[in-house]
Ligand binder design. Structure first.
Ligand code: 5GP
Length: 306
């Protein structure tokens, strides 16, 4: 039996462990905030003397990179053939090469998209645009979420001025006549929806970032009116999943559901017109990917703790 270490050694060891954890957390924070590139950290990790980098778990390393959440992490590790238990210093030569190639490809892909403070989130019906934008509203207070006007009636729980401005047909006609809408469209051949122009212009003038969650016709109009906008297309993980989400929501009649499925099919075909596609497998991941296009970091503990 191994003798217990003396009390002083145990205290020293636990102090050292705390210090090591803090040092690794600082490396992760540097990657998250962009103070260090993921590539620089990976390259430093080869040196056993670079303790925090060398002992950083590959899972912690990857999830501190903006845009990589738990779902993507699993796929990336599987693709690279790296066990989640590995630390950066413990990677084999080939694993290190593969990981480095992956990071280079990842950074190149991201840098092709110029960030913009105006992002339009569109996508087929029931893909979860509302859930993603609600997550952004709740976790990224620096992003102004545009509130649309609509002629449809409020659903239970929807709040005037938060979810929509609910107006009647005449009210909507007036908004159009006054030029108060940046874009508007009739969605699902039913109700009219439009984006009030003034709050967006004011927010952009104040240096804020703005997110519009609108339909595809609206996204096209915004591109015409404000070419600096980035258009993001939210994709379902699969068509079956989209159908499941649409039916599962249970807020529409079956006639309305089939009308929305027809629209969704047409809408999916429009994805190539967009600057960027985000697959909505996991809401916080998708939200983060959208917000990253504005180069804003979350301040919420939920996101920084990942
Ligand atoms: P819902 O009735 O489910 O809230 O929204 C139906 C559709 O209208 C969604 O696809 C949503 O993105 C879209 N929508 C909401 N606001 C606007 C808007 O201001 N303009 C346009 N063009 N579409 C909108």
């Amino acid at each position: 039996m191994r003798p217990n270490p003396p009390e002083v050694d145990r205290a020293a060891a636990s102090k050292a462990a705390v210090a090591a954890r803090r040092a690794r957390a600082a490396v992760k924070q540097d990657i998250l905030t962009g103070a260090r590139t993921p590539l620089a950290v990976l390259r430093a990790s080869i040196d056993p003397a670079a303790k925090p980098e060398h002992t950083l778990r590959v899972t912690e390393y990857l999830t501190s990179i903006p845009n990589i959440g738990p779902t993507k992490l699993e796929r990336i590790l599987a693709d690279l053939g790296i066990s989640p238990a590995k630390r950066l210093g413990g990677l084999g030569v080939h694993q290190r090469e593969h990981l480095e190639d992956f990071i280079v490809r990842w950074q190149t892909a991201k840098s092709i998209i110029e960030p913009s403070r105006l992002v339009v989130l569109a996508g087929p019906t029931a893909v979860g645009k509302g859930t993603v934008s609600t997550h952004i509203r709740e976790n990224y207070p620096d992003v102004m979420l545009s509130v649309s006007a609509t002629t449809r009636a409020p659903r239970p729980g929807e709040i005037e001025g938060v979810n929509y401005y609910f107006v009647d047909d005449e009210g909507f006609d007036r908004l159009i006549a006054d030029g108060a809408l940046l874009e508007w469209a009739t969605v699902h051949n039913a109700y009219r929806y439009g984006t009030p122009r003034a709050p967006i212009e004011a927010a952009l003038a104040q240096g804020k970032s703005v997110l519009l969650e609108i339909d595809i016709q609206g996204a096209r109009q915004v591109r015409q009116a404000m070419p600096e906008a980035r258009l993001v297309f939210l994709l379902p993980p699969s068509w079956d999943e989209l159908v499941r989400r649409l039916i599962g929501r249970g807020t529409e009649s079956s006639e309305e559901q089939s009308r929305r499925l027809v629209t969704a099919k047409q809408e999916l075909a429009a994805q190539d017109e967009f600057d960027y596609a985000v697959v909505n497998r996991d809401v916080p991941d998708a939200a983060r990917e959208v917000v990253d296009l504005m180069q804003i970091r979350s301040v919420s503990p939920a996101s920084t703790a990942r």
